[in-house]
Design a protein around this ligand. Structure first.
Ligand code: ADP
Ligand code: MG
Length: 463
């Protein structure tokens, strides 16, 4: 089944403008009141027509339980992201569904040059958020459009990790782009490991070794995958293993790091034992403290080797450069290398810039792993974001609600309830309505100009 976004080609400029306005309004409202929408979209006369078209295509849904308001559907959010990616020249066409993950839909797609891409649409959150929300004030404006926020956060994290891992030559898909809740990457050739039956793998012991090597290499770079299993590993015909799916990775400095690492490697061992009939015991598995110690030693040795001949080798222990790699590094040190724009759009992890890993290791012939956890952390994800994401991932998303009522809504809109709905919204005293009800013609015009600029900015490719 393909993701039917063919209507994208037929949507008018105004319809996109209104769709974008619904997204903007959802920062503060679960359902965006009609007057606010009118003000944000600043389409002169075609608001109803545009909303009708958007509802017909199931891109927005309407609710009148307390006031007349509109929200994006999953499909509406998909269209906004895919349109941005298509305007940027990243995705030219959408293809069949490739896989269904726990928290995502994954599709094949085509780039303008005809090459195959994978488009992953993150779907996180409504249900889980409510429970979290009651305990947390800091969310504030993030609550109304929470599933938008969470899904986008997951995509941003996944993309940031993919770029960081790719820069360090991990076998991961090539990161192509990210917009809103969508990550675009290359297709990993091969089969998800859970689809490979016993006897089909040829050399399961080699694949098992590769899987453990991935866990070890990640840990050496300061990361634990946390969902390293046969669903997130792809094996090709030459038995190369490719890692996918990493919004949930954590740092080796996490308080449960060892437990999480053990869960990952034991899970892999269990799969090979049960499904590939390989004789492995948990005693053969790598241990996180050993890996971290090794890295520290490596760092110390490299510092020693890079010390000038004049230096007293005994004294290098006190030297700044000999600090073990796994001393907690300050995120601020690298923060300016990685820019997160205020919309959470571009994570400018500069792959061309060599990442700082202490002394010149090429000279000393040692490989010193870069602390990727610190790099990604520095790109603007708070601990609360991380926690929120983990909780949301732990729970299945709710299915789309209110699809049935959309048909009625189209009918009602045709009858035109403009006056009534505006009164409704104002009576509720919505936060956004101060903007939405300018009294004078001048005020109205002014509001329109401002919002038109805002909406245009939203369309902008940089988002
Ligand atoms: P989730 O986070 O929802 O588990 P995944 O990233 O694991 O999503 O993707 C779900 C499925 O889609 C995977 O099990 C895999 O079969 C397929 N898939 C995802 N990304 C790729 C890719 N880059 N190349 C090939 N298959 C992929
Ligand atoms: Mg997965």
């Amino acid at each position: 089944m393909s993701l039917d976004v063919s209507m994208m080609r037929h949507l008018s400029q105004d319809e996109f403008r209104v769709l974008t306005a619904v997204e903007m309004g959802m920062r503060n409202h679960a359902f965006v009141p009609l007057p606010l929408l009118s003000s944000l979209a600043s389409v002169r006369s075609g608001l109803y027509k545009a909303l009708r078209a958007l509802m017909r295509h199931r891109l927005v849904a309407r609710d009148v339980s307390s006031y007349e308001g509109f929200r994006l559907t999953n499909k509406g959010y998909d269209v906004l992201a895919l349109r941005a990616l298509s305007k940027r020249g990243v995705v030219a066409a959408m293809g069949n569904k490739l896989g269904v993950g726990k928290e995502s839909d994954v599709y094949l797609a085509e780039a303008p040059d005809g090459s195959t891409l994978v488009v992953k649409l993150h779907r996180l959150g409504r249900q889980s958020f409510r429970a979290v929300r009651s305990k947390r004030d800091y969310l504030q404006h993030k609550t109304a459009g929470n599933w938008l926020y969470l899904s986008r956060l997951a995509a941003m994290r996944e993309y940031a990790f993919m770029r960081a891992l790719y820069s360090q030559n991990f076998a991961v898909p090539v990161p192509k782009d990210q917009n809103r809740h969508v990550v675009v990457m290359s297709l990993a050739p091969g089969y998800p490991m859970y689809q490979v039956r016993a006897g089909e793998m040829g050399h399961p012991e080699r694949v098992f070794r590769s899987c453990l090597d991935i866990a070890v290499k990640l840990a050496r770079h300061g990361l634990i995958h946390c969902d390293l299993n046969e669903f997130n590993l792809i094996v090709d015909n030459d038995l190369n293993v490719i890692l996918i799916d990493f919004p949930q990775m954590v740092s080796v400095s996490h308080r449960n790091a060892e437990e999480l690492f053990n869960r990952d490697v034991r899970g892999i061992a269990k799969y090979f034992r049960m499904k590939q009939r390989l004789e492995v015991t948990d005693l053969d598995l790598p241990q996180l403290p050993d890996i971290l110690r090794e890295v520290e030693e490596l760092r110390a040795r490299s510092a020693l080797a890079s010390a000038t001949p004049a230096d007293d080798p005994e004294a290098t222990g006190d030297d700044e450069t000999s600090a073990p790699a796994f001393l907690p590094a300050e995120a601020e040190d690298v923060a300016d290398e990685i820019a997160l724009d205020d919309q959470g759009g571009g994570l400018g992890l500069e792959l061309d810039t060599p990442l700082d890993c202490g002394p010149n290791l090429e000279e000393v012939g040692l490989e010193c792993p870069v602390r990727l956890d610190v790099k990604v952390k520095a790109s603007g994800f708070t601990d609360e974001d991380e926690e929120l994401l983990r909780q949301a991932i732990a729970q299945p998303p709710e299915t789309e609600i209110m699809e049935a009522s959309e048909v009625d809504a189209v009918y009602e809109l045709r009858r035109g309830r403009r006056g009534g709905s505006r009164r409704h919204a104002q009576a509720k005293g919505n936060a956004g309505s101060s903007r939405a009800k300018p009294n004078s013609a001048k005020g109205r015009l002014k509001g329109r100009v401002v919002h038109r600029e805002k909406v245009d900015k939203y369309y902008d490719d940089s988002w």
